[in-house]
Design a protein around this ligand. Structure first.
Ligand SMILES: [Zn+2]
Length: 319
């Protein structure tokens, strides 16, 4: 039995095909892998300094051409080029509420490589919307139950793992802390990744896996310290205005529960569960809510440091 041919070889053996993006009045043909796209110099040059410069170069006499148009061979995935051209030629493409991550990734990769600045910026906006640098923005992404559901990138199992790879490889660093935090929820999730619908597994590269493991370790420890999200369990006592008879025993029981079954709750939303509503008096409930909010804010401010990243102010989305 012979092993299947590598992808590259299969692509080299494949015939050249024309994409649906083929304008009869196009003035340049792009070829990526074995797919050709006939488009317009003017459109490419308007949006890309690379193509603007390339268009101005003198054409050598032996310049390969297709249908009388100069041929530009790109060392990029054909799928990426197709998404880029859709974004350039189809006005409704970028106005969609949510795009697939493969499209966002194409705009990031080719936007950086060829300096399609507007397309690149629009893709960064989507990624940083889903993975923001402020706690207020992060909280707007949560449902009433505290769950996260992406709205500007189409959701799928393993999305956050793939986002981590994309933003780290392309220097969109402000998106990393919140994405790391989402993945750091459990150790099996960090180590094993998550299976996508097609059976493949979205997982972390070693550098990300290390950051998430160490970050989870630090966060689960620090969250119980005074001044952090759950620190009040240890440091708080009912004040003189306490009118309840179960406030202390409830605090102790919840503290013991967390100690017995440590969970990552460093950024957990303060949700007034039935236990909090029924077992704490109103005065204590207000007090612990304020402590919890202050703890979340402090955790967020320090979040990059737990994952061995520079402070928020130094986390650029530079390229
Ligand atoms: Zn009380």
């Amino acid at each position: 039995m012979t092993s299947p041919a590598p992808k590259r070889q299969r692509i080299e053996d494949a015939p050249i095909t024309r994409s649906n993006i083929w304008y009869d009045d196009g003035s340049v043909v792009l070829r990526a892998e074995k797919t050709e796209f006939r488009v317009h110099w003017g459109v490419l040059a308007q949006h890309s300094t690379f193509f603007h410069g390339l268009r101005g170069l003198p054409q050598p006499p032996d310049q390969p051409s297709v249908d009388g148009c100069p041929l530009v061979e790109l060392q990029d995935d054909a799928v990426d080029v197709e998404f880029l051209l859709k974004a350039l030629y189809t006005p409704t493409f970028l106005s969609q509420a949510a795009l697939p991550l493969v499209a966002v990734g194409a705009l990031i990769r080719l936007g950086r490589k060829y300096d399609f600045r507007d397309l690149l910026d629009s893709a960064i906006v989507r990624l940083t919307f889903e993975n923001p640098r402020t706690l207020e923005e992060y909280d707007t992404l949560a449902t009433s139950a505290g769950a996260y559901k992406p709205t500007r990138i189409l959701p799928y199992q393993g999305l956050t793992f793939d986002i981590i790879s994309l933003v780290r490889e392309n220097g969109i660093l402000s998106a990393l802390p919140s994405a790391y935090y989402r993945v750091a929820q459990t150790i099996p999730l960090i180590i094993d990744g998550m299976q996508r619908a097609d059976g493949s597994v979205a997982s972390l590269a070693p550098v990300d896996l290390r950051r998430c493991l160490l970050g989870r370790e630090k966060l689960t420890h620090v969250q119980m310290q005074k001044g952090y999200a759950l620190g009040w369990y240890r440091s708080w006592c009912p004040g003189n205005n306490c009118t309840g008879s179960h406030c202390v025993t409830t605090r102790d029981a919840r503290l013991q529960g967390y100690l017995d079954r440590p969970q990552l709750k460093a950024l957990g939303l303060f949700i007034p569960t039935s236990i909090i509503n029924n077992r704490f008096c109103d005065a204590c409930k207000q007090g612990i809510e304020l402590l919890g909010i202050a703890g979340r804010t402090r955790t967020w401010d320090e979040l990059p440091s737990f994952f061995d990243l520079p402070p928020w102010s130094e986390l650029k989305d530079g390229l």
